[in-house]
Design a protein around this ligand. Structure first.
Ligand code: IVH
Length: 693
């Protein structure tokens, strides 16, 4: 066989293998026996070994390639990956239906119903039909590049079939079928490795492997449930988009259905709920989506979730077990949480041995006593909780729990301030429990993401005086770490590499990692988007900001009465309590010095503005008002990609105001200030100007 023949044979083999993959994974109808399929793969591999110059990146032999990497690179999503609003009962679903009809201005709206897959969200980017990137959701704005790992998932096509759009970003869920999960755990047990608690954690853990060969050995699957950036045409209904994706070779779940109204949505929920145990994969509810894409656009988004979709969750699972003891746990802000130690019980897919009792008042209200039989509830990834006592089963010697007066860890007084539900250990940074919890938070996945720095290790590091605060983490070297218990040289080196890699971090993650009371991920992101730099956050005049917010809110109350358009409030979602917390945190010299030392150790903060793909609109500031045929998020992303800034309010610094249907007061303001306006056609024209670089 000469090279030309080999080339032709390779092409034929690749097409045939891709065809079988499609039949097996997408159509669920394999047409040849496994042995025959394996023979095709072997022939392909043999031929590619003989002609390595003919290997192509989309060849089925190239699913597992490359070498293990040290870390995942961040990926900024061009269209943000949003979350879903949740409903837990029929009434909330009916409310959703009413809202949708009202806002869409339609008498009847049909929906597309889908399972809510219990896996992890992934975005796949295809250019000219070839898979070029896969990224995790991350915080919705920035995820991680997991391309090498996703390529190993056999049902994810490396090349799309048929006429694929020039750019197609597919969104969906990577999950582990239950059968594969059980097999994997049996293998883990046989090797003496720790089993995974549930398929979701197993899928997440498998996808976050630095060595793609490990991911390849895990039984992962993928289902599409939407799309992001698209250049090319798509059908005008969500259900039809999924069918079109299926024709392109992408796996779409067969349990989906278009229905005519909310009643039919509820019927779908009941039906799928009844069949839940028979499904080959875990689901935690169903998702309803307005089927017509024009209505989706009309409905738009609120906060981080679309108004046109709703997740209807299955009720949390409950089980009864014996409460053997109550202990207290000290959190990073000193909060004392009573924790129930339970006789092990299987609930919500995992074995539970601890459950939170929240705080003293809750514990008294539920009258929970040691020795009681209690109902334990667990939903999704939330911490299990004790719901109530089965009083009929109370033993005569059940013991009432007394909150300790001193911290069991540092001996400092436990105090409870007037009006607060929580008791706190007053030891502050003297309390090793608070220090440890603060470090664990700092290192956690959604914060600095220091892989390998878990509770056990933190325990040793703090107890031996090697780490007193989060800045000390960056003084650790491999030799010191290798000297700790249960630390091999390899894992010590990995940890030091993970610490080094964590120095490159987004501003939002860093602010979250600091563990400022009341500042969660979402608040940290709002702060990062508003201030753009750590310097600006540190030197912010919080008192003035609180005052400004108060004044605008007062003014808005008046305007609301007069039915006038409202003024935008700076830092929406950040109320007085949070501002006080920020002011206290940044006003404390000890925190300032920890931040200084972190920066000296080389922490580099990435500012949140997305990398522009070109610079045609660099330096230009846009404001968008009214409705367009594309969503606000899409337009914002498209403008930012070209280097523009998109802000919420019109000022003299605004260059253009894009005015859609039913514009707000911003259009009037633009006219007042004499700022250029663009209608939909004008905006599209600007977005299509070729880059001159
Ligand atoms: S649509 C803009 N459909 O649920 C709408 N999400 O709570 C974005 N999920 O991060 C999501 N099954 O990972 C959608 N059929 C489904 C889903 C689904 C599971 C996950 C998804 C998302 C999370 C939001």
């Amino acid at each position: 066989m000469d090279q030309a023949d080999a080339q032709a044979r390779l092409q034929a083999l690749r097409r045939e293998i891709a065809d079988h993959d499609y039949r097996y994974y997408v159509q669920d109808a394999p047409s040849i026996p496994d042995a025959e399929y394996d023979r095709l793969i072997e022939e392909l591999q043999a031929l590619e070994a003989e002609y390595p110059q003919l290997v192509t990146p989309d060849s089925p032999s190239q699913r597992v390639g490359g070498t293990p990497s040290a870390a995942f690179t961040p990926v900024r999503h061009m269209v943000p990956m949003l979350s879903l609003a949740n409903a837990f009962d029929d009434e909330a679903v009916r409310d959703f239906g009413r809202r949708v009809r009202e806002l869409a201005g339609e008498a009847a709206v049909d929906y597309h119903c889908e399972p809510k897959f219990d896996g992890l969200a992934i975005s796949l980017l295809y250019r000219q039909g070839v898979l070029v990137r896969a990224a995790t959701r991350g915080d919705g704005s920035t995820g991680e590049d997991v391309t090498a790992n996703v390529r190993t998932i056999a049902c994810v096509p490396l090349r799309l079939r048929g006429d694929a759009p020039a750019v197609l970003e597919v969104r969906g869920e990577v999950y582990m079928p239950r059968e594969g999960f059980l097999r994997l755990n049996a293998e883990q047990a046989a090797r003496g490795d720790k089993p995974f608690v549930n398929p979701r954690n197993a899928a997440a853990g498998s996808l976050r492997q630095l060595d793609p060969r490990i991911t390849a050995s895990r039984p992962l699957r993928f289902y599409c449930h939407g799309y992001g950036q698209v250049e090319g045409t798509l059908p005008d209904r969500h259900g039809d988009v999924l069918s079109a994706l299926e024709l392109l070779g992408l796996p779409v779940c067969p349990q989906r259905r278009r229905v005519a109204d909310i009643d039919a949505c509820l019927a779908y929920y009941a039906e799928l709920g009844a069949r839940r145990a028979e499904l080959p994969y875990d689901i935690d509810g169903v998702v309803y989506k307005v089927d017509r894409l024009d209505l989706q656009r009309r409905l738009g988004f609120v906060a981080r979730a679309p108004r046109w979709a709703l997740a209807h969750k299955f009720p949390a699972e409950e089980a009864v077990t014996v409460l053997e003891n109550i202990e207290v746990q000290i959190g990073r802000t000193g909060a004392v949480t009573p924790v129930a130690r339970l006789a092990p019980v299987f609930v919500g897919g995992v074995t539970v041995t601890n459950a939170t009792l929240h705080n003293e008042d809750e514990l008294r209200r539920k009258d929970v006593r040691v020795g009681d039989s209690v109902v334990v509830r667990r939903a999704g990834d939330v911490i299990p909780e004790v719901v109530r006592v089965v009083t009929e089963r109370r033993p005569v010697d059940a013991r009432v729990f007394e909150m300790p007066a001193q911290c069991p860890v540092c001996g400092s007084d436990i105090v409870r301030l007037d009006g607060e539900a929580v008791s706190r250990c007053s030891g502050g940074l003297h309390c090793p429990a608070q220090v440890k919890a603060g470090i664990a938070h700092f290192a956690s996945r959604r914060a600095m993401d220091i892989d390998g720095l878990g509770d056990k290790l933190i325990e040793q590091l703090v107890d031996r005086g090697l780490v007193r605060d989060v800045a000390d983490i960056y003084t650790l070297d491999a030799a010191t770490v290798a000297g700790l218990e249960r630390m091999a040289e390899k894992s010590a080196a990995n940890l030091v590499a993970a610490i080094e890699a964590s120095k490159q971090v987004t501003l939002a993650r860093f602010v979250f990692a600091l563990g400022i009371p009341q500042v969660g991920e979402e608040i940290a992101r709002i702060l990062a988007d508003h201030f753009h730099s750590l310097g600006a956050i540190r030197s912010a005049d919080w008192a003035a900001l609180a005052q400004e917010k108060k004044e605008i809110q007062k003014e808005n109350t008046k305007r609301r009465g007069r039915k006038e358009p409202l003024a935008p409030v700076p830092l929406p979602g950040i109320g007085e309590h949070i501002i006080t917390s920020l002011s206290t945190f940044f006003g404390d010299g000890r925190n300032e010095s920890v931040i200084e030392r972190l920066l000296e150790h080389g922490i580099t903060l990435e500012t949140p503005a997305p990398e522009p793909a070109d610079s045609t609109l660099a330096g230009k500031t846009f404001v968008i008002t009214g409705t367009f045929s594309r969503s606000r998020e899409e337009l914002t992303a498209a403008l930012q990609q070209r280097g523009a800034r998109v802000t919420g309010s019109v000022s003299r610094n605004t260059d253009f105001v894009a005015v859609g249907d039913n514009p707000g007061s911003k259009a009037d303001k633009a006219a007042q200030l004499g700022i250029a306006t663009l209608d939909e056609a004008g905006l599209m024209a600007i977005l299509e100007v070729p880059d001159s670089r």
